[in-house]
Every structure is written in C-alpha cells, then in structure tokens.
Design a protein around this ligand. Structure first.
Ligand SMILES: C[S@@+](CC[C@H](N)C(=O)[O-])C[C@H]1O[C@@H](n2cnc3c(N)ncnc32)[C@H](O)[C@@H]1O
Length: 291
C-alpha cells in the first residue's frame, strides 16, 4: 500500500446517492482483497467504495460504469473539466442564495444543451433537492421537489479537485452491469457490485434510480455474472438485501461449483433514504464475497 495521498481534502463521494455505502465501508473493509491491479464498479452511483479504495491506492486503475448516462456524464466532466464545472457551480450557488425556490424549479425544468452544463445541473439539483434522491419519471425527467437546506454546499472546489485527480486514470462509461465480463478475467481483477437491492418489503422497493427498474430476472442475471467471474478467479464482492431470495440465489449449487460457493456475511445497516423518518431503522444486509 502507498503512503497517504497529498490531498487538501480526501476524495470521497461528491454526490449524495440513494444506497450510498459510505457508512458501511468500515464493515466491508476486512473483506476487501489486499492485492489487485484493476478495480471495477459496475453500479457506480456515488462511488463510495471506489473513493475509499483510492485513499489507500491513489493511482488506482479503475473501470467505473453505470446505466445512468447523466451520472456518467457528470463523472466525466469532474475528471476532465473540473475548473469549468466549478465556475458553473459557483454561479448556481450565487443564484440559489438569491432566489432559492424559483431558481431551483427553473433549473429543474430547464434543459441544458452542453455536457458541462448538464453536469453542473445534476450536481446543483443533487445538493438542493429533497433527500438527495435521484429519481426520474417515465419520460426520464428529474422530478424531485426542493429540499430544506439552510446553506446547501453546491460548490465544493477542493473536494471536486481531489475527486478529479483520482478519476484521471479511470475509464468511465455508460454500461449495463453484465459488460464487466468484457474485461474482468483474472485474479488481478476486483469487482464490487452494489445493485439496486432486492426489495424485502413493500416499503423498501426503491429501485427506480433511472427509468429502468431492476427486476428479479436481473438479480438472477447478476448471480450468473457473479458465478462466471468466480470461475475466472476474479475477486468479487456484492452488497444486497438480507432475504431468502438472495440467500437462495447465492447458495444454489447448480449455479456455483461446490468448492466455489460464495460466502454470505451479515452486515448491520441503517436505512438512510425514506421519506418517513420512522422507517429509517436498523436493518441487516448481505455482503456476498467470492472468498
Ligand atoms: C445502489 S446504487 C449504487 C450506490 C453506490 N455504490 C454508492 O455508494 O453510492 C445502484 C446504481 O446502479 C445503477 N443501475 C441500475 N440498474 C443498472 C444496470 N442494469 N446496470 C448498471 N447499473 C445499473 C443505478 O443507476 C445506480 O446508480
């Protein structure tokens, strides 16, 4: 492991994202592999695990992908055009401080033309919307109301610069998760999957990060990708909900060779995003590991 990176601010998620893993990483840490060359995060979201790993491996080679094109465009702009982005966010910060509600709803309804403007819009809305919840309606429009923040941190220049630095060596692409099989093929590869969780109750089925929901058939496809990666000796970890459906999928001896069955470990988590604060209690989750 390398010495600590010379950052003014340590890289960490610059977006608040549903299902963000920042609070769980301490529990995951013992299961991260000690050695690997390339890191893959196929359900990138806020990228909490990626940023955590870069604190120990500042020039980590990573392939970061997600199905959400607006999200991926934002990461690419942070990596490639961070100073321009900071200027646009400073403008948003100023306008928001003057007109708040009117400005928020104007930006929300406005469709920007350039990639950099779209990235600034996503960060602005993410920092000011209700609960930092990214949600699109059936037409693919962002439809979350304004949140209640006194002084939202819309522009965080030091954080964005530090994130930009660690993103430099990364490949960042719009991809469905199964495309990880195009590249990950040896014990030098480490894949962390953080899919939309299998719903465990009618109140916990938040899977609509984008227009396409994550269905049972995709959980099964993900299990098959997981099994294929194990066959290729890739180191694999996945977060998912603690329920019989997931337990059965990953204990199925028809999908995994008997000596390569993954391990299901129980992690204790608190439910963060729920509009009803009474339903934000402790729950337990699975961490599924290939070793
Ligand atoms: C639980 S979030 C990831 C949270 C992230 N690990 C973090 O720390 O913020 C799930 C992500 O999967 C993405 N996603 C949903 N369906 C997908 C698919 N079929 N392929 C790839 N990404 C998908 C969503 O856009 C969302 O960003």
């Amino acid at each position: 492991m390398s010495a600590a990176a010379p950052f003014r601010v340590l890289p960490r998620p610059f977006l608040k994202w549903a299902g963000g893993k920042s609070r769980l990483i301490e529990q995951y840490q013992p299961y991260f592999p000690q050695t690997f060359t390339t890191y893959y995060e196929p359900f990138l979201g806020g990228g909490a695990v990626f940023f955590y790993l870069t604190q120990q491996h500042p020039s980590l080679q990573a392939i970061l992908t997600d199905i959400n094109p607006e999200l991926i465009n934002t990461y690419c702009c942070v990596r490639d055009r961070v100073e321009e982005l900071i200027l646009l966010l400073e403008e948003h910060q100023l306008e928001h401080s003057k007109h708040e509600q009117n400005y928020y709803y104007w930006v929300r309804s406005h469709s920007y033309k350039t990639d950099i403007e779209k990235a600034a819009r996503l960060i602005y809305l993410n920092k000011t919307c209700y609960n930092g919840l990214y949600r699109e309606n059936s037409k693919g429009e962002f439809n979350v109301p304004i949140g209640r923040y006194k002084t939202p941190k819309i522009c965080q220049p030091d954080l964005l610069r530090s994130v930009s630095l660690v993103l430099k060596p990364a490949q960042i692409k719009v991809r469905k998760f199964d495309r990880v099989l195009d590249f990950a093929n040896s014990s030098e590869d480490f894949v962390y999957f953080d899919p939309p969780y299998y719903p465990i109750s009618s109140t916990s089925n938040f899977t609509a990060y984008s227009r396409e929901n994550f269905k049972e058939s995709e959980q099964i496809q993900l299990r098959d990708v997981f099994a294929e990666l194990i066959e290729r000796q890739v180191k694999v970890i996945q977060s998912n909900s603690h329920c019989a459906f997931i337990e059965n999928l990953y204990s199925d001896e028809r999908a995994f060779q008997v000596d390569r069955l993954p391990k299901l470990r129980q992690i204790s988590a608190s439910r963060g995003i729920n509009s009803n604060s009474c339903k934000r209690g402790k729950i337990s989750e699975f961490l599924i590991t290939s070793v």
